[in-house]
Every structure is written in C-alpha cells, then in structure tokens.
Ligand binder design. Structure first.
Ligand SMILES: N[C@@H](CCC(=O)N[C@@H](CS)C(=O)NCC(=O)O)C(=O)O
Length: 210
C-alpha cells in the first residue's frame, strides 16, 4: 500500500500515525504542492491524504483511511471518543492554525521541494488565512492565547496510555504546534507527544521550530 501525503498536513498525519501504531507497513509518497493533476486522477479532487491500496483502488479522507487500516487487524480505534480531548481539539484548532500555518509555508517539507511548489502552497494558505506575514507578526498574542490551552491539556494527558480515535485527532495538532518556537509543552504533553511519535513512527517538528 502507498499513502500519498504532504509531510506538513495534519490530516495526513492522522493516517500516518494509524499505520505506525498498528505496525502496518506502508510506502509514503509526497505529492508536490501545486500538483493538482495527481490527486484529481486518484480521487477526483485535490486533497490528501490518499491511500493507494494493493488492488490499485484509491481512498481519500483521513478518518476513512484510519478506519480501514485499523480493521486490518484487531481494531485499536473503535472505542468511544474521549469528549475532553475532542473538546480541547475544537478549542485549540483555530488559534493553532494561525500559529502553525505561516510556519509551515517556510518549513522543510518535501511537498515544497521546488520554489514553484512552495509558492503554490504559500498562495493556497494566503487565500485561506489572509496575510501570512501579519499572522507571524501576531505571534506574541497568539502564543499568549495558546500557552494556557497547552497547560490545560497537561492533566488530561498525565499518565494516559490508552490509545483511541481522539488520540488520532489530537496528536497531529500537537505535532503541528511543535513547529512553533516559544510554546512550552508541559511535561506530560511533551511526554505524550514524544511517546506517540516513537510508537507511531512519525517525527515531531521541534527540530525546525521557528
Ligand atoms: N477531510 C479531509 C481534509 C484533508 C485536507 O484538508 N487536506 C489538505 C492538506 S492539509 C488538502 O489536501 N488541501 C487541499 C489542497 O492541497 O489544495 C481529510 O480528513 O482527509
């Protein structure tokens, strides 16, 4: 099987994490930003992740892919969602985007391997979020908004070992936030993020924090 992704994409990260946690081998293939033809040929629209199955068929939608890989063995993610974690994600998603999206446009990701691809991504995000330089300039206010949310997540993750569908949604948000310099991950949040990175075989982004 082959998973077509952008490396920065939190939805792609859900699928990558599921494959890693399930220990199901999958080849990764990065689509260049600006290449609409490849995803449209596969699923009829420009969106990733896309799973290319061994029978040559394609599947889009991150949570459909997660469900598919989960059911290849004993399901891990079929249990009830964690309402507290889901509420945290809902609360943190929008301010989080404002912090990590402008940084993604400057990051070291294979889908931006050419200047044209990077510009295609920057232009796509600018259409969605407006002036990205203005968002970067707003960093102090956005950090002040996000830090208490990360602090409030700590007690929810303290000693958490069970893995379910809420973790598949939460961890990619934390991975995305790990590119943001100036945010402090409280110890239990950092430990959770590192643990799932190892178990899920997806790197965090602390090494390119900006
Ligand atoms: N509901 C979709 C959302 C996927 C999504 O929005 N992916 C983004 C990348 S992070 C995308 O492909 N955007 C369209 C584009 O590249 O133009 C899913 O969960 O798979």
């Amino acid at each position: 099987m082959r998973l077509h992704i952008y490396e920065h994409c939190p939805f792609c990260t859900r699928a990558r994490l599921a494959f890693g946690l399930k220990d199901v081998p999958v080849d990764l293939s990065v689509i260049l930003e600006g290449d609409a033809e490849t995803p449209i040929r596969m699923i009829g629209k420009k969106a990733v992740p896309i799973l290319e199955k061994d029978d040559g068929s394609f599947m889009g939608e991150s949570l459909d892919i997660v469900r598919f890989v989960d059911h290849l063995g004993t399901p891990l993610f079929d249990g009830p969602a964690d309402p507290a974690l889901d509420a945290w994600i809902d609360d943190a998603w929008k301010p989080g985007l404002k912090l990590f999206i402008p940084r993604f446009t400057k990051g070291d990701f294979a889908e931006m391997a050419t200047p044209d691809a990077r510009e295609a991504y920057r232009a796509r995000e600018e259409r969605a979020f407006g002036d990205l330089d203005a968002l970067m300039a707003d960093t102090p206010a956005l950090l002040a908004q996000m830090q208490p949310k990360l602090d409030a997540l700590a007690p929810l993750l303290e000693g958490r070992s069970a893995i379910g569908i809420s973790d598949i949604k939460l961890w990619p948000v934390l991975r995305s936030l790990s590119i943001v310099k100036g945010l402090t991950f409280p110890a239990p949040v950092r430990a959770y993020a590192e643990d799932l990175s190892v178990r899920g075989k997806v790197p965090l982004l602390f090494d390119q924090a900006m």
